[in-house]
Write a protein that binds this ligand. Structure first.
Ligand code: FEO
Length: 398
């Protein structure tokens, strides 16, 4: 049975969700699956916008077949070649031999890398500002390199004012009937999963996202249609504002992430003592996470969200605890900047945490390392250094 939904009279959602997939990119945990969004425009000419991951192909082809109602498929618009969206391009070309593929030069090049299909007479190359008229609908193309790969482009459908944004504005999570952000009260979860998606997948490329946002700001956009997760047709300003903050590496909120590692509970005790003191002082945006239990993608999202990060780590093999090191290295890889970081070091012999964490933090941009540090020998024996750190953080936040 087809699973399409109408967006406007002649533009349809034909995407498919996968709830069986445990790890997106075989890396990021999916608590409730992921959707691979694709769109269909029915006009004098018909067009499909992007394909889906190969694991959900059957439903996707059924959806296209259903909407075509015997018509031919004229165009496939490719915005992004990553296989979660591009996997079915060559199959679609086989099934619809008169269909032409529309994309930019880099998309054409990557198609040659991924597939063995003959593009002679079947590829229309577009560049910034080019348009494709389907009849009542016209798509104009906007290049968005490195949001998330170099070939990425967006398209803007002029009559309905829909912006097809590729990975930008995507979020984790399967579609469950609801495809629009205003169809249900989604609470905070949408922003959490949109943030986790952005920071981990696109977070490294803030300047390129800024360049794309600048282009988008010149358009009258009524609907944002990404390649993952909800379609946005209300409250667009709030979502755009979050993208602006995330891509400039500006904290969304004043708040504290305490990321700790603890083998036997002593470093955890220090993290909890700090959290208690911060809460007593009135700090409400407070997350205390065990790096051994919480996947790094959630820690990265919290690090992008909050202004302050406290790292609490035992010394391990004369180094940082491995999962703490991984977190710091990932923060650096994703270009995180402009945060204040407090350090709590624990060791029974040969302490190295403060030295090694400081070196890593100093290699990132505009990270302020707090002078108030906590040095523990095996177990926390008095609260003075914790209190001093909490007092300073509270002064900065409140
Ligand atoms: Fe959803 Fe960069 O692919």
């Amino acid at each position: 049975m087809q699973t399409t939904r109408k967006i406007t009279d002649n533009i349809f959602y034909i995407g498919v969700s996968d709830k069986r997939l445990a790890l997106f990119e075989n890396l990021f945990p999916l608590d409730n699956g992921v959707s691979y969004n694709s769109y269909f425009i029915n006009d004098e000419k018909t067009a499909v916008l992007d394909t889906v991951d190969r694991f959900v192909s059957d439903q996707y082809f059924e959806n296209i077949q259903y909407l075509l109602q015997g018509k031919s498929l004229d165009y496939l618009i490719v915005h992004h070649m990553e296989p979660d969206h591009g996997a079915n391009i060559s199959r679609l070309m086989e099934y619809y031999p008169n269909m032409q593929v529309v994309g930019n030069v880099k998309i054409k090049q990557m198609m040659g890398q991924f597939f063995d299909c003959d593009l002679e007479g079947r590829f229309i190359t577009v560049k910034e500002g080019d348009t494709l008229c389907l009849g009542q609908h016209t798509l104009s193309f906007i290049m968005a390199p490195m949001v998330h790969w170099p070939e990425v482009m967006m398209s803007y459908e002029q009559s309905q004012k829909i912006l097809f944004t590729a990975d930008a504005f995507g979020s984790f999570g399967a579609m469950e009937g609801i495809i629009f952000n205003d169809e249900a009260d989604l609470g905070q979860n949408w922003v959490n999963e949109a943030r986790r998606y952005y920071c981990n997948i696109v977070g490294k490329f803030g300047p390129q996202v800024q360049a794309a946002l600048k282009k988008v700001s010149t358009l009258d956009v009524k609907i944002i249609a990404p390649l993952h997760g909800l379609i946005w047709r209300s409250n667009l300003e709030a979502f755009l504002e979050k993208y602006d903050l995330w891509s400039r590496y500006i904290p969304e909120e004043k708040g504290v992430l305490i990321a700790y590692a603890s083998m036997y509970g002593n470093t955890e005790n220090a993290a909890n003592a700090l959290a208690n003191s911060l809460a007593e002082k009135g700090i409400k945006n407070l997350a205390v996470k065990d790096v051994s239990k919480v996947d790094i993608s959630y820690l990265i999202a919290l690090a992008f969200q909050y202004s302050h990060i406290v790292i609490a780590s035992p010394t391990y093999n004369l180094n940082l605890y491995p999962k703490i090191e991984h977190f710091l290295v990932d923060m650096k890889a994703l270009n995180l900047q402009n945060r204040t970081v407090g350090l709590i070091e624990n060791s029974s012999w040969a302490p190295t945490v403060i030295k090694q964490a400081t070196e890593l933090l100093q290699s990132m941009k505009n990270m302020t390392i707090m002078e108030e540090q906590v040095v523990i020998k095996s177990a926390l024996k008095d609260n003075r250094a914790i209190e001093a750190m909490a007092t300073k953080i509270a002064q900065e936040i409140l």
